[in-house]
Design a protein around this ligand. Structure first.
Ligand code: AMP
Ligand code: MG
Length: 370
């Protein structure tokens, strides 16, 4: 196969996003289950040489670089426009890679690792000196994940390094769940994109601080409080994660304080029995003012809306499907130049907590209640 330069939707980028396009980004398709060994070797070579490779994981696409090389870590921040106090997660592909980077593995960590690794769970450990400050934003702890996606596993193993891999989007944009989303944000800024199709979970990993007792969820994800508690007893949830940052509480994961997941449109959250009626009334008003309106809907209600675009993220009875499609829908609204989005909302327990955390951030915590 010859490398194909990425040419995805360049014309939708604004001026700021078009700056520093310094290289030809190679795009390679890979079989998500059995990736071609030669392609993986090519990507691993780029990582070992200090370059950046975007690759699929079971959560979202990650932007990988050598997690032990401060220069590679700095290039990740530069490519994403990520604030330098927002630390990176190091990804490993076998348990033997954990010991050299962490000082202590608590009993709780051990139980959670056995139950959920490889998978969409990130744990926070005290770090050793080989982990550079450039990866942790100067913290003395390090976030580690062992992903289950065959492409991620093969790449990390071939590189033979812990791979720092934040979501492969420009900082502040919804996380990418497809290779085309990565190309839209990072074409020209990174060495390679491995296209392994749509991400399975579609929301970033659950982050748990296992260095405190009881353990605390710093970011909700596919591995829920309800799944962990039968194994390790009480699990706390950082109360800041479902609150407006202005309300004064500092989230314990530094990155959670930033406005994330936001499309260009203004997003409003709507709840209650009258959701369809409320949205239709507000949509009409917005359209009269010349604005294009989108609705982030579910299968059950999608036919009840009158708007320019109605996108269903799946059934209310299958929150996994809703989570997998959420960022895709937010990016579609951007692509279709929607000005205002009204979004249905979900219960905040179980898998709903991760969905509502991302939705509230995308809406800047704007609720419509009548
Ligand atoms: P991303 O890689 O884009 O999914 O973001 C990584 C998230 O992990 C951010 O919210 C970080 O603040 C969080 N994180 C990474 N390292 C640590 C750490 N040592 N302590 C607390 N949170 C962390
Ligand atoms: Mg991110």
């Amino acid at each position: 196969m010859t490398p194909v330069p990425v040419a995805a939707e360049k014309n939708t980028k604004n001026a700021a996003e078009q700056t520093c396009n310094l290289m030809d980004t190679i795009l390679r398709k890979v079989d998500p289950q059995q990736p071609d060994a030669a392609v993986i070797r090519q990507a691993a070579d780029i990582l070992r040489a200090g370059g950046l490779v975007a690759f699929p994981t079971e959560t979202v696409y990650g932007l990988g670089g050598n997690g032990l090389d401060p220069e590679a870590c700095r290039s990740i921040y530069l490519a994403k426009g990520r604030p330098s106090d927002n630390p990176l997660i190091l990804h490993i592909s076998q348990l033997s890679e954990l010991r050299p980077i962490v000082r202590e593995i608590s009993q709780t960590a051990q139980v959670l690792m056995e139950a959920f690794w490889p998978g969409p769970l990130t744990l926070i450990f005290p770090k050793t000196d080989i982990v550079p400050d450039a990866a942790t934003g100067g913290l003395d702890t390090v976030a580690v994940r062992f992903p289950s996606h065959p492409v991620a596993m093969a790449l990390i193993r071939a590189a033979g390094l812990p791979i720092a891999a934040p979501s492969a989007n420009l900082s502040g944009k919804p996380s990418p769940t497809r290779a085309a989303h990565v190309a839209m944000d990072l074409d020209g800024k990174i060495g390679m994109i491995l296209d392994g199709g749509a991400a399975e979970w579609g929301l970033e990993s659950t982050i748990v601080d296992v260095s405190v007792t009881p353990p605390m969820i710093l970011r909700p994800g596919a591995i829920t409080k309800e799944m962990m508690e039968p194994l390790v007893g009480k699990v706390d949830v950082d109360p800041a994660i479902l609150q407006k940052p202005e309300e004064g509480m500092q989230p314990k994961a530094p990155g959670m304080k930033y406005t994330h997941y936001a499309p260009k449109a203004e997003v409003y959250l709507v709840r209650g029995e009258q959701t369809c009626e409320i949205i239709n009334r507000l949509a009409k008003k917005e359209q009269e003012m010349g604005r294009k309106v989108g609705v982030l809907a579910t299968d059950e209600r999608r036919r009840g809306y009158e708007a320019d675009i109605v996108l269903s993220v799946g059934s209310r009875n299958c929150l996994e499907e809703v989570g997998a499609n959420l960022f895709w829908a937010l990016r579609e609204f951007d692509r279709l130049s929607i000005d205002t989005v009204y979004a249905e909302t979900f219960p905040i327990d179980g898998e709903g907590m991760a969905i509502m955390n991302r939705l509230q951030k995308s809406a800047g915590y704007r609720w419509i209640e009548e």
